[in-house]
Design a protein around this ligand. Structure first.
Ligand code: FES
Ligand code: FES
Length: 178
């Protein structure tokens, strides 16, 4: 029996859907407090600008369809799915924050610290997206209830089932920030 392997890179290119029709333009984005030029088709999702053009690989590719949350970044403090948000949708004064810089913010730092204390990660693949969503939640809600946490985190899937530790870590981060 013969098996055909599709690399993540190839799968990603199919998901992107612009492989053969791409027209490169330079788009300047504010990422993690720095202005960065990206030469890519304007329809390129933020995820691939980060990973392929800027080597910011902390943001992960999961589903490519806004269904898993692995690619979560912040756009002006709001958690968004980078896999379905094209770089053309980002305004010149809007700020993208990725996992690489989340700890520059005191809320993000508290979330990361709580994540370590609770040993939240298992395989780790979903965790940058989880941390970005948790940080956006605590930036907007200083004392979330379990229901608030479940609602805010419901789009972030963890195949390892770390949900109980995620919830505990968010409560502890909130306490540390109070
Ligand atoms: S990769 Fe973006 S939501 Fe799954
Ligand atoms: S820690 Fe493995 S998928 Fe979430």
């Amino acid at each position: 029996m013969q098996f055909h392997c599709v690399s993540l890179s190839n799968a990603a290119q199919h998901t992107r859907g612009f492989r053969k029709t791409a027209t490169a333009m330079t788009t300047t984005l504010n990422i993690n407090g720095r202005r960065m030029a990206v030469d890519a088709d304007p329809s390129t999702p933020i995820l691939w600008a980060l990973r392929d053009k800027l080597q910011l690989n902390g943001t992960k590719f999961g589903c490519g369809a806004a269904l898993c949350g692995a690619c979560t970044v912040h756009l002006d403090g709001q958690a968004i799915r980078a896999c379905v948000t094209p770089i053309s949708a980002v305004g010149p004064h809007q700020r993208i924050t990725t996992i690489e810089a989340v700890a520059d913010d005191k809320v993000g730092k508290a979330v990361q610290t709580a994540w370590v204390q609770h040993d939240v990660a298992q395989c780790g693949y979903c965790q940058s997206g989880q941390i970005m969503s948790a940080t956006a939640l605590l930036q907007q809600n200083k004392k979330p209830t379990d229901a608030d946490i479940d609602a805010a985190m419901s789009g972030n899937v963890c195949r390892c089932g770390t949900y109980v530790r995620i919830r505990a870590a968010i409560h502890d981060a909130a306490k540390a920030l109070a």
